[in-house]
Ligand binder design. Structure first.
Ligand code: KIV
Length: 255
């Protein structure tokens, strides 16, 4: 049966939630046939698909294009569109407009980076009927302000702020929250306190679910973060296949 945002919410306390990114038709097919619960059309595609140095360069239009490709795979998993830098910060109405564009492109929920400071955007989007996944802890779209991609929640002050952020996004109507690269004890505390599920990346195992970037899982990324796990080295497998093809053409063996 098709997975909806309310099903993800209902998984809290009963089973672990599995989310993975996908950016096009074939990766969506792979993820969905493997039985994941949610597919995130992540803005990480800026780096792993487009070779950009950060997620800042990807536009709303490009994100919608990739969301359409994923939706064409008609996955059973929930399709979550990741709101890129510049598509929700400027005003509540911009945020709602961008979320509607994602739904028109096939997303069944959207995700945005931020805690208390963007709770009003979450509330406004949820109000028009689009389920929102929040994203706290390390927010890669804020790396300039944060001074890099460092683990969050290692000081008492940061831990307190993260808990406040988690409560604020829940109160604003988010159906789930991603916690990225955060002290595992802080992520565990947040998981216990919230009624909505926490889906973690690099924040320990005491969360309601996990999310990874598919290029990291498949061994297609150039830079794999320390907390990710490479389950297969597809880059080497693919290179060997292309090398064999090239050799066979040159030696007159193919066609
Ligand atoms: O864009 C992305 O892939 C993400 C995940 C790392 C959660 O936001």
């Amino acid at each position: 049966m098709k997975v909806r945002a309310k099903d993800i919410l209902g998984m809290k306390g009963s089973r672990k939630i599995v989310m993975i990114t996908a950016y096009d038709y074939p990766t969506a097919k792979i993820a969905d046939s493997a039985g994941v619960d949610a597919i995130l059309v992540g803005d990480s595609l800026a780096m792993v698909m487009m070779g950009m140095p950060s997620t800042h360069g990807v536009t709303l239009r490009q994100m919608l294009w990739h969301t359409e490709a994923v939706a064409r795979a008609r996955p059973r998993a929930l399709v979550v569109g990741d709101m890129p830098f510049g598509s929700y910060e400027t005003s509540e109405s911009d945020a709602v407009r961008s979320a509607i564009a994602f739904v028109r492109s096939g997303a069944e929920a959207v995700k945005l980076e931020g805690g208390s400071e963007y709770a009003d955007r979450i509330r406004a989007i949820a109000k028009v009927g689009v389920p929102v996944m929040a994203h706290i802890g390390l927010n890669p779209q804020r790396y300039l302000k944060l001074g890099g991609y460092k683990m969050r929640g290692n000081t008492a002050e940061e831990a307190r702020q993260l808990l406040k952020d988690a409560e604020a996004v829940q109160e604003a109507g988010a159906f789930a929250v991603v916690i990225e690269f955060t002290n595992p004890e802080v992520a565990a505390t947040i998981t216990k306190k919230l009624q909505i599920p926490t889906i973690c990346i690099g924040s320990g195992r005491e969360c309601d679910g996990q999310v990874l970037v598919i290029h990291d899982v498949l061994g297609l990324s150039e830079n794999v973060p320390p907390f990710a796990k490479k389950y297969v080295d597809l880059m080497s497998i693919a290179r060997e296949a292309v090398e064999r093809y090239a050799r066979e053409v040159r030696e007159g063996l193919f066609p």
